[in-house]
Design a protein around this ligand. Structure first.
Ligand SMILES: NC(=O)c1ccc[n+]([C@@H]2O[C@H](COP(=O)([O-])OP(=O)(O)OC[C@H]3O[C@@H](n4cnc5c(N)ncnc54)[C@H](OP(=O)(O)O)[C@@H]3O)[C@@H](O)[C@H]2O)c1
Length: 289
């Protein structure tokens, strides 16, 4: 399949790499072109603009961008994806944005040829085909792209005709992750601060059923890592903020989430915005760096 991928951040590069590994013809675009270089060495073509990238993806145009502002400019802007989308192509936005943004994209794209497909999983999981895709939007577009989703992730979870439904699930999923990491960081810092033997802390938390499986791949980093990781504090804070908007919009009292969001916001203000979300532990240790 001829597929374009817009956005060559950590996740976009993993998506493009997986598509190349599974035999697709891939065109990539990134605002900062140099970030696409590793993919060009693996066989991808570089498009000079979002419009050119869209024109090259005659079956699927995948989008993986930081936030709503980036999606608005790149997909809906004057020289964005919608200005030159082939009438055979479906736009698949894999960015984590708010549900309203995804509905706006669906409404703006000719023929409503749009799916939201946020990803639950790290870039490494995408590269190995292990990530979970949560897909929302018209069932007929899902049927067209089923083979692509199989190649990317061995399948998908369908959230329904409303693309926003996929984003609601994704945002709540990430609130679980972000709150879990923040609490684990406090537990580690408190255990260290009271003088417990680091090897005892490690042994206990490594085997505790109270540490969720999805937190284990960050335990070493929280205990003694450099927080280089794969998902930034800035993006984590964005996801909790969007989850709060969704929940509060539904009339839910989301008080704990406010606290979690303020933790990631404070980590960003302390200069940790580009570090992995595991870096929130440094606030609890009182030594931001
Ligand atoms: N990393 C993960 O583990 C993970 C997991 C699941 C979902 N996600 C989601 O996937 C999306 C991408 O995440 P990532 O980790 O790849 O982020 P990232 O490494 O920080 O990359 C962000 C991407 O967005 C682009 N961008 C930012 N602002 C832009 C603008 N105004 N106009 C055009 N492009 C812009 C960046 O371009 P430049 O290179 O030019 O800055 C880059 O391509 C996010 O929505 C994130 O929440 C990430």
């Amino acid at each position: 399949m001829r597929v374009s991928v817009l956005g060559m951040g950590r996740m976009g590069r993993a998506l493009a790499g997986r598509l190349l590994d599974t035999g697709h013809a891939v065109t990539v675009w990134n605002r900062t072109a140099a970030r696409a270089t590793p993919l060009l060495h693996r066989g991808a073509s570089l498009a000079p603009s979002p419009a050119d990238a869209a024109a090259a993806g005659d079956q699927a145009v995948l989008v993986s961008l930081a936030d709503e502002e980036a999606v608005r400019q790149t997909v809906l802007g004057d020289s964005g994806v919608i200005s030159s989308l082939p009438d055979t192509a479906v736009v698949v936005d894999m960015s984590t944005v708010g549900p309203a943004m995804s509905r706006e994209e669906e409404a703006a794209i000719p023929g409503g040829r749009f799916l939201a497909a946020p990803i639950a999983g790290a870039p490494a999981a995408v590269e190995s085909g292990q990530a979970v895709l949560i897909v929302g939007g018209g069932r007929s577009w899902v049927d067209v792209l089923e083979g692509l989703f199989d190649d990317l992730a061995g399948g998908y979870m369908y959230a329904g005709e409303d693309p926003g439904a996929a984003l609601i699930l994704k945002l709540l999923n990430n609130y679980l992750l972000m709150s879990g990491i923040a609490v684990l960081g406090e537990v580690v810092a408190a255990a260290e601060g009271t003088g417990l033997d680091p090897s005892v802390i490690h042994t206990y938390l490594s085997s505790s059923p109270l540490v969720a499986p999805a937190l284990h791949n960050r335990l070493e980093d929280i205990l003694h890592g450099d927080h280089e990781g794969w998902f930034s504090v800035t993006l984590g804070e964005k996801d909790v903020r969007l989850a709060i908007e969704v929940a509060v919009g539904a009339g839910i009292d989301f008080a704990i989430a406010e606290s979690v969001a303020s933790r990631y916001r404070a980590a960003g203000e302390a200069g940790l915005g580009e570090k992995d979300i595991a870096a929130v532990v440094e606030l609890a240790r009182h030594r931001p760096h």
